[in-house]
Design a protein around this ligand. Structure first.
Ligand SMILES: Cc1cc2nc3c(=O)[nH]c(=O)nc-3n(C[C@H](O)[C@H](O)[C@H](O)COP(=O)(O)OP(=O)(O)OC[C@H]3O[C@@H](n4cnc5c(N)ncnc54)[C@H](O)[C@@H]3O)c2cc1C
Length: 299
């Protein structure tokens, strides 16, 4: 297993923002991963790093990156995938095998662990629709457990994994047999839909910044409140969708936090709605960030 000290994370993130982590591990097998979880303190787990804002001050602790834990296998109507397997790759293999249910995963760079943790979804599908069970490591009991759908507390962009010290090791999904060409054309349509509405990764971003409020759209509220004109330093609100922030180069986590606060204030002032961040802040906050994220997380 590779391990590094004082490891720069910025270039691993879809946002191209973030400082150094004190210690980083890249386990390559589920056994290595769970042995590591037993032996180090307070690990932070990262997958595709496409839904996180990593502090520019860095992470003063142990980080496990699941990237090398990327095996998956298809058997009949099921797919079993390790936590670090990348969603788009698993989804493409499912399509080739004539299995439907993962079409939504082709458009964003999440790992299976991150996708399950976030209950990611798009285009009318989400991971909870196809989830069969997960093997997780429980940092309270220091044991491996199997969690079934009823144990997962799945809701809109949330799951038990976010509330409790549970680490996803591997997951099994139940898919539906379907004509391969039908699945592939649904995936193409999903990609086409994103093309103009959302930034691709040539404009570093971390997906939707805020969650949609119940029966509403964060992007629509932000646009109506005039957020599209906002920027701070080298970060700006994306011109085609007001719930995305683009890093134009060299931005720091504080720039993103300040821009998020401006976006949040616009919607709060115009509609009285307090938006809740979808992205997760990871690492050491400076004083400005502490103040901003305290307000966000108290909602
Ligand atoms: C261009 C773009 C488009 C996007 N579109 C969508 C979309 O349509 N729908 C959507 O839902 N999301 C979207 N996202 C956001 C993101 O890709 C998803 O939330 C994805 O599921 C995050 O997975 P990740 O592996 O990158 O997680 P990370 O960003 O690495 O981590 C996210 C959270 O999951 C936790 N985590 C990661 N791995 C594990 C594990 N093994 N065990 C326990 N916890 C873990 C982390 O600690 C963190 O809290 C988009 C992002 C981008 C950049």
């Amino acid at each position: 297993m590779q391990e590094y000290e004082n490891f720069e994370l910025k270039n691993y993130t879809s946002f191209k923002i973030g400082g150094n982590a004190r210690k980083v591990y890249f386990p390559e097998t589920v056994e290595e991963f769970s042995n590591l979880l037993q032996s180090i303190d307070a690990p932070i787990i990262l997958g595709g790093m496409s839904n996180v804002l990593i502090s520019s001050e860095g992470i003063n602790g142990n980080v496990i990156i699941s990237k090398k834990l990327n095996k998956f296998e298809i058997s009949g109507k099921t797919i079993k995938a390790q936590a670090g397997a990348m969603g788009p790759l698993v989804a493409k293999s499912a399509a080739q095998a004539g299995l439907s249910g993962m079409e939504f995963m082709c458009g964003f760079p999440g790992s299976i662990g991150g996708i399950v943790c976030m209950n990611a979804g798009a285009h009318g599908q989400c991971i909870s629709d196809i989830f069969s069970y997960a093997k997780v490591f429980d940092l309270n009991s220091m044991q491996i457990k199997t969690l079934y759908p009823n144990d997962m507390g799945f809701g809109y962009r949330t799951s038990t994994i976010q509330q409790e010290p549970l680490i996803v090791l591997e997951v099994e999904f139940n898919l539906t047999p379907k004509d391969k060409n039908e699945i592939l054309s649904k995936m193409e349509a999903n990609q086409e839909f994103r093309k103009n509405k959302q930034p691709n990764l040539s404009k570093p971003n971390c997906g939707s910044v805020f969650k949609n409020p119940k029966d509403n759209s964060a992007g629509r509220l932000l646009e109506l409140a005039g957020a599209k004109e906002l920027c701070v330093g080298n970060v700006q609100v994306f011109e085609n969708h007001a719930n995305f922030i683009i890093n134009n180069g060299g931005a720091r986590s504080e720039d993103v936090s300040l821009l998020m606060k401006k976006m949040y204030n616009k919607v709060k002032e115009k509609f009285g709605i307090k938006l809740i961040p979808e992205i997760k802040f990871i690492g050491e906050m400076n004083e400005v960030e502490k103040e901003i994220w305290k307000e966000f997380l108290n909602n």
